[in-house]
Design a protein around this ligand. Structure first.
Ligand SMILES: Cc1ncc(COP(=O)(O)O)c(C=O)c1O
Length: 379
């Protein structure tokens, strides 16, 4: 059976630079292979930290010191280390009302309490966040940090506007908490105007930890991510990194390739992603035109996802089972719910499927959602 895989947020397989990476690997192993007899430095291979610094400088217009950057095994390792450093089991953190399931898994694994902050089409709503901070503080359970995906949120794709970013930092200061900004999708941007400066750039009070990844611009299989943090916070995070260091071989190969190809590669994948995002949005508009009142979806300015609100009457499990029988895979809304609730949403990841898969798969998905209405006659 043909598969239409809208499940995980992965890049396009045909854009993976296999040949160039193979050449980069041959070069670095020939020239620097003997360095692999050593354990990596605590912060990881300098060459890749330089790429991370250049990446940040180019999009932020601001230099960052290499000392602030630590390579990790994917950004999920960074999330795990950060959570262990700042939140003890039973303590509270704030998360966005709908947010990345992988991070939710890390927080659950640590046994922390999650308080969810309402979001709208632009991300965290500051008055609501302030009220939540006050409630938690008054209740004697002040949040240890606020986890946000401020740029190209997963799953909604929203970008937190500059004014809200500034206010978020003011609130963090007022309530003496930290901000963990997951910048995983920062470079996957379709609109012409740049995203606002990151929270890390705007921070003047050493309260922000920035998390980034090479997974979404290259592939999760390379397992390379990183975090940036001011000195004191970095020291606390590093106390838990006891893995012998982040893979030098993978870091050397990726650094060798990105030294000359980073922006050209990002621009190529962004062109591909925009076409796919447009195809998803057009497909939804066409195939849900008869449910326009009850179904809505995001048209994101960047990132890898379209977030779809289904009617309240949707039997979400049935919709997913029907879709799976016809080869359509997507992520259920429940995976993005901090309380693990069955919510009438689904997420379409458009990085991995081809344009044809999107054009043929979205109508099937729409059919299955319609057939899963509790009031509908099954087809
Ligand atoms: C918001 C967010 N953070 C982190 C990750 C994990 O990235 P990595 O492969 O670098 O661990 C993902 C992957 O989907 C993500 O969506």
């Amino acid at each position: 059976m043909r598969e239409y895989n809208f499940g995980a947020g992965r890049p396009d397989p045909s854009s993976f630079p296999s040949e160039e990476l193979a050449k980069a690997a041959a070069r670095v192993i020939a020239e620097h292979g003997t360095a692999l007899v050593n354990y990596p430095d605590g912060s990881g291979y300098t060459g890749l930290r330089e790429i991370a610094a250049r990446r940040f400088e180019r999009s932020e217009g601001q230099a960052v010191s290499l000392n602030e950057i630590v390579l990790t095994s994917g950004s999920m390792q960074a999330m795990q280390l950060i959570t262990e450093a700042f939140a003890q089991p039973g303590e509270t953190i704030i998360v966005e009302e709908h947010t990345y399931g992988g991070s939710l898994g890390v927080f659950r694994g640590r046994g922390v309490q999650m308080a969810s902050a309402p979001i709208d089409g632009q991300g965290l709503i500051m008055d609501e966040l302030e009220a939540l901070l006050k409630r938690l503080t008054d209740a004697g359970t002040p949040p240890r940090f606020i986890y946000t995906i401020a740029t190209h949120q997963n799953p909604t794709g929203s970008i937190l506007p500059l004014e809200r970013r500034k206010r978020l930092l003011e609130l963090a200061k007022a309530y003496d908490t930290l901000v963990v900004d997951d910048h995983c999708y920062g470079d996957i941007l379709f609109r012409s105007e740049p995203a606002p400066p990151t929270l890390y750039t705007l921070d003047t009070d050493d309260r922000v930890v920035y998390v980034a990844s090479f997974s979404k611009i290259l592939g999760p299989g390379v397992r390379l991510g990183y975090f940036m943090a001011p000195n004191d916070l970095q020291g606390r995070i590093m106390e838990n990194k006891r893995d012998g260091g982040t893979n030098t071989l993978a870091s050397m190969i990726v650094a060798e390739y990105f030294r000359d190809h980073l922006w050209e590669h990002i621009s190529r994948i962004n062109t591909i992603m925009k076409a796919r995002k447009d195809a998803v949005v057009e497909g939804l508009a066409t195939h849900f035109s008869d449910m326009a009142e009850e179904v809505w979806w995001t048209d994101p300015p960047g990132g890898l996802f379209v977030w779809v609100r289904m009617p309240d009457a949707t039997d979400t499990k049935r919709a997913m089972a029907l879709a799976s029988e016809r080869g359509v895979i997507y992520a259920s809304g429940q995976g993005f719910s901090p309380a693990n609730e069955d919510i009438p949403y689904l997420r379409i990841a458009y990085g991995f499927p081809s344009l044809e898969d999107i054009q043929d798969g979205v109508p099937i998905l729409a059919d299955c959602v319609k057939a899963a209405q509790r009031t509908a006659v099954a087809v």
